[in-house]
Design a protein around this ligand. Structure first.
Ligand SMILES: Cc1cc2nc3c(=O)[nH]c(=O)nc-3n(C[C@H](O)[C@H](O)[C@H](O)COP(=O)(O)OP(=O)(O)OC[C@H]3O[C@@H](n4cnc5c(N)ncnc54)[C@H](O)[C@@H]3O)c2cc1C
Length: 265
C-alpha cells in the first residue's frame, strides 16, 4: 500500500487536554449527505509516528498497513467535505496515538462510507429528545444539534454529559450558547472529580435521572413522549438502560422500533 491512499487533509486540531481533541478534516472529494449521528472510518498508515505521551506497545504491522477505526461525526449533516471528530487518546491504542501526533496540513485516510442507525430519523416529530453521553460519546449529539436544533422549536431537547473534570467537558461553550439561544434546549454537565470551583452538577447520570432532573424542566420519562439516546461508557449505558426499562423503554432496532437508542463504542 502506498501513501497515495490518503484522501483528506487535517484542517484543524484543538487539543482540549493532552488526551482529548477535536479533529477537523477536509476530504479531497465530497461525501454523500449523511444523517446526523452517523459514523465513518478514518485511518493512518502504521509507519506514522505515535504521540510522545503515548505508551509504546509491541506492534507487528508492516509500515504500509492502514490502521483504521470508526468515529462518530460531530459536524452537521450537510457538511460533506469538512468533517469534525471528538476523539480521546487510548495511550496503548494503535490508531489514537497516531491521530494525536497529527498537525494541521497533514494527510490521512477517511472512508467513503458513512454508516449507522443512531439518528433522529426514526424519532416521531412531536417527541422530546434526551441525549446522554459520557466522554467523547457526546460527538453524535453535536451533529444532531448542529443539524436539527432550529427545526424543532415545539419539542424539548436535553443533553446530559458526564465527565471527570471541567476540562473534560468538550463543547461546553457551544452547548451553553445553544441553551442560552434556544429556550427548549437544556444542558446538564455533571462531574465526578471537580474541585470546589465547580458550581454545577456532580455525580452519576443515573442518580440525576432518578432524582427527576428531566421532570424539573418538563420532560416526561415516558416512551410515548420522549426518546432517549445513550452513547459512551458501557457502565453508564447499562445503568441508564436499566432505569429506562423500569419506565417501559425498549431498545430501538431496525426491525423492532423502540424509544431507547444506543450507540456502543
Ligand atoms: C460506531 C463507533 C463510533 C465511535 N466513535 C468514537 C468517537 O467519536 N470518539 C472516540 O474517541 N472513539 C470512538 N469510537 C472508538 C474508536 O473506534 C476506537 O476504538 C478508539 O479510538 C481506540 O482506538 P485505538 O486504535 O487507539 O485503540 P485500540 O488499539 O483499538 O485499542 C487498544 C485497547 O484499548 C481499549 N480501548 C478502546 N477504546 C478505549 C477507550 N475509549 N478508553 C479506554 N480503553 C479503550 C480496547 O479495548 C483495547 O484493549 C467509536 C467506536 C465505534 C464502534
Amino acid at each position: 500500500m502506498v501513501e497515495t491512499i490518503y484522501n483528506a487533509t487535517v484542517i484543524g486540531k484543538i487539543l482540549l487536554t493532552p488526551d482529548l481533541m477535536i479533529l477537523r478534516l477536509k476530504t479531497d472529494t465530497p461525501r454523500n449527505e449523511f444523517k446526523a449521528g452517523q459514523y465513518t472510518t478514518i485511518g493512518l498508515l502504521a509507519k506514522e509516528a505515535r504521540s510522545t505521551n503515548s505508551s509504546v506497545p509491541i506492534e507487528e504491522f508492516e509500515p504500509d498497513f492502514l490502521i483504521k477505526r470508526p468515529y462518530s461525526i460531530a459536524s452537521a449533516k450537510n457538511d460533506i467535505r469538512d468533517f469534525e471528530f471528538y476523539i480521546s487518546q487510548v495511550k496503548s491504542g494503535q490508531l489514537t496515538p497516531r491521530l494525536f501526533n497529527l498537525s494541521q496540513g497533514d494527510r490521512m485516510w477517511i472512508d467513503d462510507k458513512i454508516l449507522g442507525i443512531f439518528s433522529l430519523n426514526d424519532t416521531p416529530k412531536n417527541n422530546n429528545i434526551v441525549m446522554i453521553a459520557t466522554g467523547t460519546g457526546l460527538a453524535p449529539y453535536i451533529s444532531f444539534l448542529r443539524s436539527h436544533i432550529a427545526e424543532h422549536p415545539e419539542i424539548k431537547m436535553a443533553v446530559i454529559h458526564g465527565a471527570a473534570y471541567p476540562w473534560d467537558l468538550g463543547y461546553y461553550s457551544e452547548l451553553s450558547f445553544i441553551q442560552n439561544v434556544f429556550k427548549n434546549f437544556f444542558y446538564f454537565p455533571t462531574l465526578l472529580k471537580a474541585d470546589n470551583n465547580w458550581t454545577g452538577l456532580r455525580g452519576y447520570i443515573e442518580e440525576h435521572l432518578k432524582n427527576g432532573i428531566l421532570e424539573d424542566v418538563g420532560i416526561e420519562v415516558n416512551p410515548e413522549k420522549t426518546h432517549f439516546f445513550l452513547c459512551g461508557n458501557p457502565k453508564m449505558v447499562d445503568s441508564v438502560t436499566d432505569f429506562l426499562a423500569l419506565n417501559n423503554y425498549t431498545k430501538h432496532q431496525s426491525m423492532c422500533p423502540g424509544a431507547l437508542h444506543i450507540e456502543e463504542y
